[in-house]
Write a new protein. Sequence first.
Length: 304
Amino acid sequence: MTTKTTVIVDQDGGIDDTLALILLVRTPGIEIAGVGSVHGNVTAEAAANNGLRALELAGDHIVPVAIGAAEPLAQPLHLAHPEDLFGKAAGSPKRKPISEETAAEQIVRLAHKHRGEIDLLTLGPLTNVALALAAEPELPRLVRRVVSMAGALTVRGNISEHAESNVWHDPEAAAQVLSAGFDLTLVPLDLTRKATVTRLWLERIAVDQDRLWGRLAAMLLAVPGKLPAFPLHDPLAAAILLDPTFATYRHTPVVVDLDEDRRGQTRDADAEHAPAVAIAVEARTSTLLDLLIHALMPGRASRS
């Protein structure tokens, strides 16, 4: 990359969030101005610590990590992975999250500081973005673009029949963000389920047992039977933020259902109901595995 891209990352502390952060840190020309945490995979506090762990694994000891929303806007808290296996495997981070501002406040401050020149990557529920939007209604015009791993439009959800996890964890927040008028790209389950690790890729990662990801890859390889599915949801969204030509898109308004029977479902809407967003529909998923090899194991080539 020849020009600097400034990014805010909002994440919920999962393993694929970690891979996305490592990919960003290890990509030349990317400046991560701040990382926020949000409830979702784990608690917001645990997600902040996992964000710090991810940055440290990538060699970054500077980027501030702010703790964000501990619960959704209008429904009880639900955690997808409360056991926090990544946190237990990685150990305690050397730094602590910042205390002077929340993740939503960090988004607003950085959006003003880098007016029209900062991108926002969301990898978890959209609660922090909704709170930032409530505090600063001009946010869609301050942020250059938003890339969100969110939604399931033509496929079954991964937390209910109809809903993708990040949207389901706070559908009110997702509805507000989708209707706010951001230059928004959705990277939905329809696409991310096609970006999965291969056995050969895991074998190449597992060679490096000195690093955490090498040991995690070895654990996956050791599971008896068929290789467990491990979609690279968040790294694919990060790759699309890094290079929009990485994917192709269709453009349509999208709304979020808030009714109990289909709560969290994302679906196409009539133009008068919401602004159009870009939905990533195809991507160079095999190239993503190469990018991650180079990020995780600099100097090694991939044949995944």
